[in-house]
Design a protein around this ligand. Structure first.
Ligand code: DGY
Length: 351
């Protein structure tokens, strides 16, 4: 007899021992090697399943779900979800979820590590040493910028931004300025030690600017040539959000011509491809999108995705109520509308 349990496809290797919990409720199709999918391959994989935990590598929009009548849940293993067309998923009655909170402190740690490596020229110094250039200790070799007592600018003040603010204000005695779509409540500003300013003031006053805002149409290239020109030539820029927030060609030019002292980049517009102009520069610290990459946090992210998926597919203790759904209301509305208008298909197929 055919296995009646819902089917779940796991798009990438994600700590098998955590993912295998899904096997209590669902038939599992695991992926054991890191895989790059074409849109057609994604559509094919999603066609026969009820749910899938996926990563930022998988871009899922209307085309990828067009032939997926059983699909009810997509669990993004990551907090950023610019790889999902949430509107398309909502209209199709598919619950989308992400993994906030569990990665906040780990990602803030990485942001601060990049800030320090960039300001104090750590990777450049190591390369110089390994290249055998250290003939004699000298007083003015590899001078960087101070972190303690400087002005930290944070663009985007969600949970990770607040974590970076705390580290700067409480740990390093920095003056912390931030800009965000909406201002934080005064009590939160006081708790994280940050002061709200407009974008131009942030750009002009930051000694170190960290980007932590979500990527969408309004944040695309928000740091362009004009924004970079407003920054101090001695300033450093750190991006741990998404590559598309920065116009990388303009950044490479500013770094090459003295418009900006240095940059630390964990994310890239065309990742995993990195722009050759950035690779050629010494005053850039480059890491391969490892913001949340600690053992404990990556496991916690997968666990949360498993919990989201289990609940979204109506199994487990939180059935029907994923802990971090992105579109619960929109999906409920879409399912109701489709049940009302088109009859029973959405009720049967998507429950
Ligand atoms: C996220 O969660 O959005 C990160 O970029 C992936 O680790």
């Amino acid at each position: 007899m055919a296995d009646p349990r819902p089917r779940v496809w796991v798009s990438q290797p994600l700590f098998d021992e955590v993912v295998e919990q899904l096997g209590q409720h669902f038939q599992l199709e695991m992926t054991h090697a890191v895989t790059r999918y074409t849109p057609a391959q994604l559509a094919e994989r999603l066609a026969g399943v009820d749910g899938a935990p996926i990563t930022l590598n998988e871009r899922i929009g209307a085309a990828e779900i067009a032939n997926a009548p059983r699909l009810r849940a997509i669990a993004n293993v990551g907090v950023g979800y610019n790889n999902l067309d949430v509107e398309a998923l909502s209209s199709a009655g598919i619950l989308a979820s992400n993994t906030p909170d569990v990665l906040t402190e780990t990602t803030a740690d990485l942001g601060f590590a990049l800030l320090m490596a960039t300001a104090r020229r750590i990777t450049e110094a190591e390369r110089w040493l390994r290249e055998g250039q250290w003939g004699q200790w000298s007083f003015q070799t590899l001078l960087g910028a101070d972190i303690h007592g400087s002005t930290l600018g944070i663009l985007g003040m969600g949970r990770i931004g607040q974590g970076i603010a705390r580290r700067g204000a409480l740990g390093f005695g920095m003056r912390v300025l931030y800009h965000n779509r909406s201002r934080l409540p005064e009590a939160t500003e006081a708790e994280v030690g940050a002061q709200y300013v407009d974008l131009d003031t942030l750009l002009a006053q930051a000694d170190h600017l960290v980007l932590v805002l979500p990527y969408n149409a309004s944040s695309h290239h928000i740091i362009d040539a004009a924004a970079l020109a407003k920054m101090k030539p001695t300033a450093t820029l750190v991006n741990i959000a998404r590559g598309g927030i920065v116009d990388e060609a303009a950044l490479a030019a500013a770094l090459a011509n003295g418009g900006l002292a240095a940059a630390g980049l964990d994310v890239f517009e065309g990742e995993p491809t990195v722009r050759p102009a950035l690779l050629a520069l010494r005053n850039v610290v480059l890491t391969p999108h490892i913001g949340s990459a600690s053992q404990a946090t990556r496991r916690a992210m997968v666990q949360l995705a498993v919990d989201n998926l289990t609940a979204a597919l109506d199994a487990g203790p939180q059935a029907g109520d994923p802990p971090s759904a992105l579109n619960a209301q929109a999906v409920a509305d879409a399912r109701r509308a489709r049940a009302g208008v088109g009859g029973k298909d959405i009720d049967d197929a998507k429950r």
